[in-house]
Ligand binder design. Structure first.
Ligand SMILES: [Zn+2]
Ligand SMILES: [Zn+2]
Ligand SMILES: [Zn+2]
Length: 286
């Protein structure tokens, strides 16, 4: 009975297609569902325990929860883990309240600041007050046990912290570890060294929001900093470990096969795709 992780979304907070956008990626995605991308989200399953979890509750929560249930029908949702308070990462919590699923005491793991944000601000505060969720506060660098064979270590990462701080996660199964980091302002601003973290896990899913700085005409990317995919690939070139970029902005050319993907692949780095799965209790992908 295996412990597994499944990638359930790969887009930046706005998804693909993004609302109102007529760019060369969003227009075709409206016509062809195969070109649409759900917002970045990771599912976790412990089949022996009969439990599953989501890292982040995205605007695509309904579809992602369904995809998780299809993949592991005997493993109902046992909790949600949140990275931070940007809309793509927690707005899906709207589906937990009385208007929808009306969950009862669903464990909701978040940093102290994120938990405080939810407790103190409507409409999220009602989920706490009515007991739809039960907040469980995470402390950076302190591992928590989700199930008998699944552990989670939050790592604090620098990010635009308007409402909350931001966490990345090392997910640990009995034999393998996966690093999940959808959002970070820049690797140099982090207290950890990217190459070292990647070398200590088996799989890394990293912020690949933008491929290049000129991707967003008319917007100042300094206001929304992320490591460029080219920078991340340069730091990890030749890595032996499995690395995929996720959290791709609608403008990012890495969404499609092309020279940018080939450039990345030549450096041993892949692009995440919804449905990718990893077993964490033994070697090899599913
Ligand atoms: Zn994001
Ligand atoms: Zn677009
Ligand atoms: Zn963010």
């Amino acid at each position: 009975m295996s412990v597994e992780a499944i990638l359930l979304g790969t887009a930046q907070d706005g998804g693909v297609p993004q609302a109102g956008c007529t760019c060369d990626h969003c227009r075709p995605a409206r016509a062809d569902p195969a070109l649409r991308h759900w917002v970045a989200c990771l599912g976790l399953v412990d089949r022996a325990a009969g439990q599953s979890w989501l890292i982040d509750a995205t605007p695509d929560y309904r579809e992602q929860l369904h995809a998780l249930h299809e993949w592991a029908p005997d493993c109902p949702l046992a909790g949600i883990v949140l990275t931070h308070a940007h809309t793509g990462h927690y707005a899906g919590l709207i589906h937990l309240g009385r208007e929808a699923a009306n969950t009862q005491g669903l464990p909701l793991y978040a940093s102290a600041r994120m938990a405080g944000f939810l407790r103190e601000n409507a409409p999220w505060s009602l989920l706490v007050a009515l007991g739809n969720v039960e907040l469980r506060v995470l402390t950076p660098d302190r591992e928590v046990q989700l199930s008998p064979r699944l552990w989670l270590t939050p790592l604090a990462v620098p990010h635009r912290d308007e409402y909350s701080d931001t966490l990345a996660f090392v997910v640990r199964g009995p034999q393998r570890r996966l690093f999940y980091c959808p959002d970070i302002d820049g690797w140099d601003r982090w207290s950890w060294e990217l190459g070292q973290v990647v070398s200590e896990v088996d799989v890394a899913l990293l912020d690949g929001t933008f491929y290049s700085a000129d991707e967003l005409p008319g917007r100042d990317v300094a206001q929304i900093p992320h490591p460029l995919a080219t920078d991340t690939a340069g730091r990890l070139a030749g890595t032996d470990n499995e690395v995929h970029l996720i959290h791709l902005n609608h403008s990012n050319p890495l969404q499609r096969p092309g020279p940018e993907r080939e450039w990345l692949a030549a450096r041993g780095i892949g692009v995440g795709a919804a449905g990718m799965r990893w077993q964490l209790d033994k070697r090899g992908v599913l």
